[in-house]
Design a protein around this ligand. Structure first.
Ligand SMILES: Cc1cc2nc3c(=O)[nH]c(=O)nc-3n(C[C@H](O)[C@H](O)[C@H](O)COP(=O)(O)OP(=O)(O)OC[C@H]3O[C@@H](n4cnc5c(N)ncnc54)[C@H](O)[C@@H]3O)c2cc1C
Length: 286
């Protein structure tokens, strides 16, 4: 398996700037994310506080896209579902596919709604963030899938192939969701409850009995993605050079804390890539 110098996780402005800087520093990088620099950037109404940008998010994204093409920055359109330290390197998984890297830059942003009560407590005991990874464990059972946007409907339909019943909890019309065993509930989730495992999902006006709850959203809690990562109030704990408590793992952008701003995210993406180079020089004498 190819060993990369750095794997950058997150397709927003922090991840993009990290990839651009890594490329300019001649690092052998792989950058994971979705096309378009993320919803937060694309759907911003008016950007007035980023150098040389004056327009809406879509215009900002098209400027970035043009630069990305000109500079030949390569995006790998995959979602990473786990980052594991394996000896001196990191293994990243994406729906069963594995990637190996000496270092990692996490730039996965933050989810506006945060987490609900019981979500973290029952992680691995019925709570999951990845339908493709854990869906098969629920063959014939009842599961709830809390979808943050239509982008996750495919994952909910994937779950429906295994589960007996799927309750899709949504805050939007969800007309596209299709499977006989999916029940759509337009309600706000309040809490996950259970004993040694998940037993129910409490909604704003009642509860559903369920064997598992899948939270399908853009940014999962960072320590659920990278095991052993130290966090503080939901953000990754970093120093000035964006080092985390895990050697060779750096973090950049909203994930490291406020202010949530493009300029701060871009700056941190750049610093994180420089920190990767310093780390490799020190540890691998590159
Ligand atoms: C409506 C709105 C308007 C805003 N307007 C402004 C503004 O005018 N000026 C300003 O400075 N800031 C603004 N912000 C804040 C700004 O959007 C954020 O600070 C910035 O986008 C943070 O960039 P980021 O790269 O850290 O994270 P994000 O932009 O959140 O990008 C993270 C990306 O990583 C992806 N990702 C997450 N997990 C994974 C994974 N496991 N594998 C692969 N990819 C993954 C996500 O899908 C997402 O695309 C606005 C925010 C919102 C919501």
């Amino acid at each position: 398996m190819k060993l990369f110098d750095t794997a950058i996780v997150g397709g927003g402005i922090a991840g993009y700037t990290a990839a651009l800087t890594a490329k300019n520093l001649l690092l052998d990088y792989v950058w994971f994310g979705e096309e378009g620099f993320g919803d937060k950037l694309r759907f911003s109404e008016h950007v007035t506080n980023f150098p040389a940008v004056s327009g809406n998010g879509a215009e900002f994204a098209s400027l970035l896209q043009a630069q990305m093409q000109h500079e030949k920055v390569i995006l790998t359109r995959k979602r990473i579902d786990g980052v594991y330290r394996t000896g001196e390197t990191y293994t990243l998984s994406s729906a069963g596919e594995l990637y190996l890297s000496r270092t990692v830059i996490l730039a996965t942003g933050v989810e506006a709604g945060g987490t609900i009560r019981g979500e973290r407590e029952f992680l691995g005991k019925g709570v999951s963030y990845c339908a493709v990874c854990d869906g098969a464990l629920y063959r014939g059972k009842t599961v709830a899938a809390v979808l943050s946007s239509p982008a996750f409907e495919e994952e909910a339909e994937y779950l429906a192939k295994f589960a007996g019943n799927v309750f899709a909890i949504v805050r939007y019309p969800a007309d596209g969701l299709q499977a006989e065993n999916i029940t759509i509930l337009r309600k706000r989730p309040i809490a996950v409850e259970g004993d040694d495992r998940v037993r129910r999902l409490v909604l704003e006006d009642g509860a559903i009995e369920t064997d598992g709850v899948f939270f399908l959203k853009n940014s999962v809690p960072p320590d659920a993605l990278a095991f052993g990562l130290e966090t503080e109030e939901g953000h990754v704990k970093v120093d000035r050079m964006l080092k985390t408590n895990l050697p060779g793992l750096f973090a950049a952008g909203d994930i490291t804390g406020r202010p949530y701003q493009y300029a701060k995210a871009a700056g941190e993406g750049c610093v994180a890539a420089h920190s990767v180079r310093a780390f490799l020089r020190e540890n691998i004498k590159k």
